[in-house]
Design a protein around this ligand. Structure first.
Ligand code: DGJ
Length: 729
């Protein structure tokens, strides 16, 4: 049983495979967090938190007990205004204008399996995954406001999933100013480092790890998207934790809009870690009888360092977050025309690329931006989702038929959430974009953002996209989003609800994607936001892969794919070979290395194949052929980080197939150094007594590969790389 209620002790014990999480109700009123970490065996102890009377600067909310102060108490769901001076999980304004609330323990229930938050993505865990849900209910008696704290606990997937639901059972409206999904207090424990994944366009998910110190660490996005800037993720690590050992406590938010995650230590050495919706562009009017649900937060603890944490997320995302039909289905080798043609293409050029891709073994052709409306540059056309017949006189169908006749699939680019001021759609519906009357409408890449919370806009997009997909034999969709949100106002909402616009946008987006992916379950959807500006668990629930970054330089990609891999498995990452000099950084790297970087995830090509030399053609054909042999392991095996890109010895990672029979080792050198002896790389997760053989017939025992390591000769040139395939014999 993953959830145990100990009545006498008033404790709730949540257990996964490696973790225990314990809550105790103090004074029959206050649920406090007493433990999260390595799995515990437990005696019948109460008073897990040793509270004692403190100074007058930590006031007491109960007259009867002077040892109680929220200042020291590790509460499960803290509010503000009554002696808790850390960042609250909940902030409200009631009809009198007061922000006070006193949520007191009311009741609990334990449910089999779990339900997802209404209208939002989440992990599809069931009772068969050893998953049960504890719902702890708190109540403010003056407002008659109920707070349900949900904890879904999966033994099998080693995760605790939290969310919060607020129900207004009173007779007056309440304004929600902040409602987080999860918060955890570590009582008297501040020996942590904080890790997050930060970045920018073309520099996504770089790793930051610093001591927690005594100031707050805020990781957030206010961009209306989870963003390139920060990923909705935060981890606390012990100073000694590394990739293979030590404790990691992490939270990841299943949400694609603005968010916040925070870690801070208070004057008593209590560390608070939390995650949820961003507060600056959020507010929600909760009418009597209304309820509000937060996105869900995934709480993953690993006693086995960062690779241990990643292994838990990878399996959970692959098998229980991404759409079920894609959880085990191999991804095609694709070619995309964006960097080959940009907007400058016609039917003939596309057919020539299809021919060439087909002869090189590629399986899916993706027609990127520029096929619709009057879109010959990024200055016009978004919103006009009909084929540009001047550019493609035979229509999309003739192109998709052409690809299909060759046995290739055909995919298409959309940017549904946007509208160009120079479009028929904008001329007919100038109020459909996010805007505030009388204020300037800021453009980004010459485009405005549709008000996705509005039903008629979702319906327009559903009908126009569904028509294109069903009439033209489309096998794949790239769903792009190329700017962040400004002037987040909605023409459809009254003034007191304007601050609901950003969250309603995300709910509307989720609803539209839900309709489309359910209507077209055979289509492979890939999300994109100028590369990885919305690489988050929320998008993965609908679309099983994401275009990792617009940066296709194979050296830069090592940093991006390394950082991305902390949460997201290779099968969720799009990775393409592009031409040199690279279009983003002008760097020249060998085609083998560009291939090896892209083969570490879902392989694609994004360059003008017509310009390849015959030697390059041969190499590309070989890469494609080889990738098809190893892709099951790449896409569904266990990925392990070995050497970080910041290391002066090069970058390395490996993947082991789920039956352990195939091992793929990727090593990327950086700059060539004189007088270099090469590198000895120690592998992980092998069977010590098993014999493994390389493609060249060299044999090694697992123990030798792990403890003595495999020898990699010095590089032959800058940015040289190796891909070693080992098979158990
Ligand atoms: C941004 C994407 O990240 C690119 O791959 C490409 O699809 C362009 N948009 C097209 O406008």
């Amino acid at each position: 049983m993953s959830i145990v209620y100990k009545e006498k002790e008033e404790q709730f014990h949540l257990h996964t495979r490696n973790t225990s999480y314990i809550i105790e109700v103090l004074e029959g009123r206050y649920p406090v967090h007493t433990y999260w970490g390595r799995k515990l065996r437990f005696t019948d102890r109460t008073g897990l938190v040793d509270l004692r009377e403190v100074c007058s600067f930590s006031p007491n909310p109960l007259d009867s007990n002077k040892t109680l102060s929220f200042d020291t108490m590790p509460r499960e769901y803290p509010d503000y205004g009554r002696s808790d001076y850390q960042s609250p999980a909940l902030s409200i304004t009631d009809s009198s204008g007061s922000h006070l609330i006193d949520p007191v323990y009311d009741s609990f229930r334990i449910e089999e399996g779990r339900s997802l938050p209404q209208g939002m993505p989440g992990c599809r865990l069931t009772a068969d995954d050893g998953c049960d849900t504890l719902v702890l209910t708190l109540r403010d008696s003056i407002l008659d406001l109920y707070i349900d704290l949900y904890y879904s606990v999966s033994e099998e997937y080693d995760v605790i999933i939290r969310r919060t639901e607020i129900r207004n059972c009173g007779n007056k409206p309440v304004t929600l100013n902040k409602v987080l999904s999860s918060t955890v207090d570590f009582y008297g424990d501040s020996d942590f480092e904080v890790m997050n994944l930060y970045g920018a366009w073309t520099r996504e998910r770089q790793v930051s790890r610093i001591p927690i110190g005594r100031s707050g660490h805020l990781v957030d996005s206010k961009r209306g998207a989870s963003s390139h800037e920060q990923n909705p993720f935060l981890a606390l690590l012990r100073p000694e934790t590394d990739e293979f050992s030590g404790d990691v406590y992490s939270m990841s938010l299943v949400y694609s809009g603005s968010f916040m995650a925070e870690a801070a230590v208070n004057s008593y050495g209590k560390t608070r870690m939390q995650i949820g919706l961003q507060e600056i562009d959020f507010q929600w009017q909760l009418e009597p009888s209304g309820s509000f649900t937060t996105p869900e937060a995934l709480l993953v603890f690993s006693p086995d360092g960062l690779n241990g944490m990643s292994g838990i997320y990878h399996r959970l995302f692959r098998e229980r977050l991404c759409p079920a039909p894609w959880s085990k289905r191999e991804r095609p080798v694709l070619m995309n025309n964006w960097e080959a043609t940009y907007f400058d293409f016609n039917e003939e050029k596309i057919k020539a690329l299809i021919d060439e891709g087909h002869s090189l073994g590629m399986e899916l052709f993706v027609l990127d931006d520029g096929w619709f409306g009057r879109r010959d540059s990024d200055a016009s056309g978004l919103g006009d989702w009909f084929t540009n017949l001047q550019k493609l006189p035979g229509g999309l169908k003739s192109l998709s038929d052409y690809a299909h006749r060759k046995g290739m699939q055909f995919g298409l680019w959309f940017e549904p959430e946007m509208i160009s001021p120079d479009s028929d759609l904008y001329r007919s519906h100038p109020d459909w974009c996010l805007h505030v009357p009388g204020r300037y409408r800021s453009e980004g890449r010459n485009q405005l953002v549709l008000d996705m919370g509005r039903q008629e806009i979702q319906d327009y997009l559903y009908c126009s996209i569904a028509a294109i997909l069903s009439e033209n034999g489309i096998d794949y969709v790239k769903w792009d989003m190329n700017r962040n949100i400004t002037e987040a106002g909605s023409a459809a909402l009254p003034s007191e609800r304007q601050k609901e616009t950003s969250h309603r946008y995300i709910l509307g987006l989720y609803s539209l994607m839900d309709r489309l992916v359910n209507e077209f379950p055979e289509i492979l959807f890939e999300s994109c936001s100028g590369g990885g500006g919305r690489f988050d668990p929320g998008m993965l629930y609908y679309m099983p892969q994401t275009w990792t970054s617009d940066n296709t330089d194979s050296y830069e990609r090592l940093f991006i794919q390394w950082g991305t891999s902390y949460l997201y498995p290779p099968v969720t990452m799009g990775a393409h070979v592009s031409e040199v000099p690279n279009h983003q950084v002008k760097r020249i790297t060998p085609i083998e290395t560009r291939g090896n970087a892209a083969m570490s995830a879902n392989l694609g090509y994004e360059l003008d194949l017509m310009k390849l030399s015959s030697e390059e053609r041969e190499k590309v054909a070989k890469q494609v052929e080889f990738y098809k042999k190893i892709r099951r392991t790449i896409q569904f095996g266990d990925f392990i980080r070995l050497l970080p890109p910041s290391s002066d010895r090069g970058t390395a990672w490996m993947t082991v197939s789920d039956d352990g029979a195939e091992v793929l080792v990727f090593y990327f050198g950086h700059l060539l150094r004189p007088n270099d002896l090469g590198c000895r790389l120690k592998l992980r997760s092998l069977n010590t007594d098993r014999l493994y053989m390389t493609e060249d017939g060299e044999k090694y025992y697992g123990s030798e590969l792990m403890y003595a390591g495999i020898s990699l000769p010095p590089l032959d040139c800058d940015f040289d790389s190796r891909l070693i395939r080992l098979q158990a014999i």
